[in-house]
Design a protein. Structure first.
Length: 549
């Protein structure tokens, strides 16, 4: 008979993260640039007390276990208090991306059945417009103080966040204990086709993700860090940073709505930020500012870049020109979001610098807790040789098993073993377990039976000094089915011809993979999470005639 372990079994609860921070690094600061325009400072100890006050206020408003609390908010301390106050008290924090179309937001609130909606001042006009469509919402809370409440609004019984908090003491509130598999929060995927789908995280999955993501070969977070998540708290929980900073007791800096290069740079410098995280488009903005002003970073040491492929040119600029270590990461909403990160091991550190770079440019290796494989269309796993590409599948403690309200299981079998989540990405894995994304399966260019990686072509274009941003899409071709079209935004004032752009590909990639044409545009459309909107680009260039066709 098996002998059972005799260890304590304590549920992994989100409230334990902030309790830990309050007890052990209670005087460490949390700094927020707010919508009101001011800079707010307090500590983890204050944040924990206010989260308990909020939990009491939510209960007083009639919220019960499992009720969903929607947020339309920037990164800031009040949003953090909702993360902990709602989840910690058994409610479900539902962060909504305000950059989605209003109809999508209304649909998501309805699908999640949000009972209460908390929102920043910025979004008052949006919520006023949406309110008649939000049947499930019983209370609206404006995340501000009395002085900033509107004189007039069409929202019935609009509540003031600071008044709700002030009405409670928090001192007599004890964080409840419950099953660690209880839902803690919901994020919706952006749903490029069809309706968005809800990923419902649990306390257990969130705490395990926090543990794992803070490890040295992952985000390497510690109490010495000053962490500024540029990635929004409405984009997969700011990649878990509000949780991982609590377990290590790092100082947190929130930029609020101030995400332009100048504001970010000032905040980085004034608060001594050491670590940040965001999608490539954010760094484009920050780097443009820093370069044009001839500035340097004095405390910023490393950053995670993910959400879409980090162009090698951006990696090189940050590392070589600014001394900022880039940790390229891959993940998705369905993975809470972290799956892989690229950090060198001891063996790789002995390699020449150019070879090290090739590795760092990959999306990296899995963190313990996640398994991955690349498979063919029949579900057979492919060799880890860095060449064989296939559909990337994953499983692990913080991967969804099903979508909210959906009967059908998204999971499939690999080599006859069930329980793997198909990511929709095409990738290779090398002998050291470093994964490289070739494309999203729907973005790959299928030319005469061969696949061309749009990411690889974009990375090459981005390395040209006159290119600000580049996107490659498939355009229909009578002979080859599809051929690549390169869409380019030039740097301000830069000269670049179609011929010069195409010549830049010579010797960098096989001839047959070179794009057939270049379209220069003023702007490339982005999704609500800052990724290139390929669907829209394909639509825009549907009728584009490639040369010779
Ligand atoms: P959505 O944008 O659909 O809401 P996510 O934000 O969850 O979804 O994005 C997940 C997808 O983003 C991945 O499946 C992958 O295609 C892409 N992605 C994320 N990180 C990277 C990366 N480092 N390189 C390339 N693609 C990435």
């Amino acid at each position: 008979m098996a002998l059972m372990g005799q260890m304590m079994s304590m549920p992994l609860l989100i409230s334990s993260l902030i309790q830990h921070a309050a007890r052990h690094t209670g005087d460490t600061e949390i700094v927020s640039k707010r919508c009101e325009g001011d800079l707010h400072r307090y500590t983890w100890r204050d944040a924990e007390l206010r989260s308990r006050q909020l939990a009491q206020a939510l209960a007083r408003l009639g919220c019960e276990a499992g009720d969903r609390i929607g947020t339309l908010a920037w990164n800031g301390h009040r949003h953090l208090e909702i993360y902990y106050g709602a989840s910690g008290s058994g409610l479900v924090c539902h962060t909504i991306n305000p950059r989605l179309f209003p109809e999508q937001i209304a649909w998501i609130v309805g699908d999640a059945q949000d009972k209460l909606l908390c929102f920043d001042l910025t979004f008052l006009p949006l919520v006023e417009k949406l309110q008649p469509l939000l049947g499930s919402v019983q209370h609206y809370v404006l995340m501000t103080d009395r002085a900033h409440m509107p004189g007039q609004t069409s929202i019935p019984n609009l509540l003031c966040f600071e008044e709700l908090i002030a009405a409670e003491t928090g001192h007599d509130y004890v964080w409840p204990q419950f099953d660690e598999n209880t839902a803690s929060s919901i994020c919706y995927t952006s749903g490029t086709t069809g309706h968005p789908k809800g990923a419902v995280y649990s306390h257990r999955s969130t705490v395990l993700h926090a543990f794992a993501s803070a490890m040295p070969d992952a985000m390497d977070c510690s109490a010495k860090d000053v962490i500024l998540p540029v990635v929004p708290m409405f984009h997969v929980n700011a990649w878990g940073l509000p949780y991982s900073s609590a377990i290590v007791g790092a100082k947190l800096v929130f930029p609020g709505p101030h995400l332009d290069g100048k504001s970010l740079y000032e905040l980085f410098e004034n608060e001594g930020v050491t670590f940040s995280a965001g999608v490539p488009t954010v760094w484009l903005g920050l780097l443009t500012h820093v370069k044009s002003q001839g500035l340097k970073f004095s405390s910023f040491k490393r950053t995670v870049i993910g959400g879409s492929a980090c162009p090698p040119a951006m990696l090189a600029t940050l590392m070589d020109d600014y001394g900022v270590e880039v940790i390229h990461a891959w993940g998705m909403t369905e993975l809470s979001p972290l799956g892989t990160l690229s950090k060198l091991n001891a063996k790789q550190l002995q390699l020449p610098q150019a070879e090290q770079r090739r590795i760092l440019e990959k999306q990296g290796k899995v963190i313990y807790g996640i398994d991955m494989a690349v498979i063919d269309d029949e579900g057979r796993s492919q060799p880890w040789d860095g060449r064989s590409s296939g559909n990337l599948v994953v499983r692990g403690h913080w991967v969804i098993a099903s979508y909210f309200r959906q009967q059908a299981s998204p999971l499939l079998a690999v080599d006859g073993q069930p329980g793997w989540f198909p990511t929709g990405d095409v990738a290779t894995i090398d002998g050291d377990g470093f994964m490289q994304i070739t494309d999203r399966s729907k973005d790959v260019i299928k030319s005469g039976g061969e696949w061309i990686s749009s990411i690889e072509l974009e990375n090459i274009a981005m390395a040209h000094p006159a290119v600000h941003e580049a996107a490659v899409i498939a355009v229909a071709h009578p002979k080859w089915d599809e051929r690549p079209l390169l869409v380019v935004v030039k740097k301000p004032g830069a000269e670049l011809s179609r011929e010069a752009m195409l010549a830049h590909y010579e010797g960098r990639i096989a001839k047959w993979q070179i794009p057939d044409d270049v379209a220069f545009v003023d702007e490339i459309p982005h999704t609500a999470t800052g990724k290139i909107q390929k669907l829209r680009l394909r639509e825009q260039f549907k009728a584009h005639r490639l040369p010779g066709t």
